[in-house]
Design a binder for this molecule. Structure first.
Ligand code: FES
Length: 148
């Protein structure tokens, strides 16, 4: 059996929504201290709907595929739905990731959440800080690859 699904390979080789966004309403940048990969996610929000998403990922193929898939999953969705995007949902949509690569999909979930948090902060929208964990954790998460 191939290590990576066809969907992973497709999103790695033809990533969707790559790039930067000059007029982004929210930008989230996260990194994994263990592997050193960095992901930046840009969102454009109109009336509570994510109308556009872009990402830049300095990282492994699974991180690129995960960010690409995450952008597709939140584009056109209400911002609250983007907050519910889990790394499991991203990995499932990719038809699975090897166990030692699941942390790459965690990075995508975190980047989306960080972008939403940035949007809330910039627009002075009140939220429960518990939704995002502590501030410093949002930037330098140390996700040891787990076997889940
Ligand atoms: Fe760290 Fe993929 S190896 S994000």
């Amino acid at each position: 059996m191939a290590l990576y699904s066809e969907t992973v390979m497709d999103h790695f080789q033809h990533p969707r929504n790559v790039g930067e966004m000059e007029d982004a309403d929210g930008i989230g940048e996260v990194g994994n201290a263990v592997c050193g990969d960095i992901m930046r996610m840009y969102i454009k929000v109109d009336n509570g709907i994510i109308t556009d998403v872009k990402f830049k990922t300095f990282g492994c193929g699974s991180a690129i595929a995960s960010s690409s898939m995450a952008t597709e999953m939140i584009k056109g969705k209400p911002i609250e739905e983007a907050l519910e995007l889990s790394n499991k949902a991203v990995a499932q949509a990719l038809d699975g990731l090897p166990a030692h690569k699941l942390h790459c999909s965690v990075l995508a979930e975190e980047a989306v959440r960080a972008a939403v948090k940035d949007y809330y902060d910039k627009n002075h929208i009140a939220y429960d800080p518990a939704m995002f964990g502590c501030d410093s954790c949002a930037h330098e998460h140390d996700h040891a690859p787990d076997g889940e």
